[in-house]
Ligand binder design. Structure first.
Ligand SMILES: O=C(O)CNC(=O)[C@H](CS)NC(=O)CCC(=O)C(=O)O
Length: 287
């Protein structure tokens, strides 16, 4: 495929040890570059998953701090683009961080940062009550960036459930590849993960790259590991062999395939925004 660019998606089990997680990430970057990968996508909380909220607040740092500098060096040394989803960025005060997705280019430069817009305040059936907003300040901006892999649309984890974000990424901002780094819970992931991701790919006619945390991080927390790459037709083109292993899955992004799907089924031109609500002016909310 002349127009294809190779990408990789990571599945890993981050813990409350910055050094150990960095070692895992470095190993996976080496594996990816050896396979010719140009962009490697890491999951939410790749660098750290604490056992309690205070741990995450403690290690949070401004963009460009020492933790991120190491990841930028890794990108530069290996000449690879990195999608670093769900980084603990220091927030507006000591009690809050931003859950930030950084895009680092192959010279180690931070190209863009996206702060998670939708926070996970959910009572997960049979599991636990999450209240991400208690320690996280939500972002408000939609972020896209051009890259050798195409025009990338950034998001994080729980954002996946809010299709209007992806509608805007595709139809207002011309995204071609959607990045969804995640740490889905085991319970919600088993029921919803694959179908949500394939839905987003099909309705936006974009590639979707969804990195995942997997398995047990500590005695309270377990993630649904299914790192996956989906093409603009909704076909799964790469995934890890099982729900627990650490590793990468690889696929080729072919921008011509996007064009072909979009030309044959021209939903961008067939939308009836004059009849339905425009995503930029939402309907009044209902419970
Ligand atoms: O707090 C951290 O360490 C990092 N953040 C997360 O893991 C976040 C908030 S707790 N998790 C999700 O968004 C899961 C979404 C999900 O599972 C679903 O939509 O079903």
């Amino acid at each position: 495929m002349a127009n294809a660019v190779r990408v990789g998606v990571v599945q890993m089990t981050s813990i409350n040890d910055l050094e150990a997680n960095f070692k895992t990430c470095s190993r996976l970057v080496k594996e990816a570059t050896a396979a010719g990968v140009k962009l490697l996508c890491f999951p939410e909380s790749f660098s750290f998953i604490g056992t309690k909220v205070e741990d995450s607040l403690k290690i949070a740092e401004p963009i460009g701090g020492p933790i991120m500098q190491r990841y930028c060096s890794l990108a530069r040394e290996s000449s690879i683009w990195l999608s670093l989803g769900g980084f603990q960025e220091k927030g507006p005060d000591d009690a809050h961080l931003h859950n930030t997705h950084l895009l680092v280019d192959d010279s180690g430069k931070i190209r863009r940062t996206y702060r998670k817009i939708h926070l996970f305040d959910v009572d997960v059936p049979g599991n636990m009550v999450y209240k991400e907003s208690a320690y996280t300040t939500a972002g408000t901006e939609i972020v896209v960036e051009n890259s050798p892999i195409g025009r990338l649309g950034l998001s994080v984890c729980y954002d996946l459930r809010f299709s209007e974000l992806y509608q805007l990424l595709r139809f207002d901002h011309n995204a071609q590849v959607l990045l969804v780094p995640s740490a889905f819970t085991k319970v919600t992931g088993e029921s919803h993960w694959e179908i949500l991701l394939r839905g987003r790919a099909i309705e936006t006619q974009c590639y979707v790259i969804a990195a995942a945390q997997a398995g047990r991080h500590n005695d309270k927390r377990e993630s649904y590991g299914d790192a996956i790459i989906i093409d603009p037709w909704g076909t799964i083109i790469a995934r890890l062999p099982d729900r627990l292993s650490t590793g990468i899955a690889i696929a080729d992004i072919d921008l011509l395939k996007i064009e072909s799907v979009r030309t044959r089924m021209p939903i961008a031109q067939q939308r009836k925004f004059n009849i339905f609500w425009k995503p930029t002016s939402p309907p009044s909310s209902h419970i």
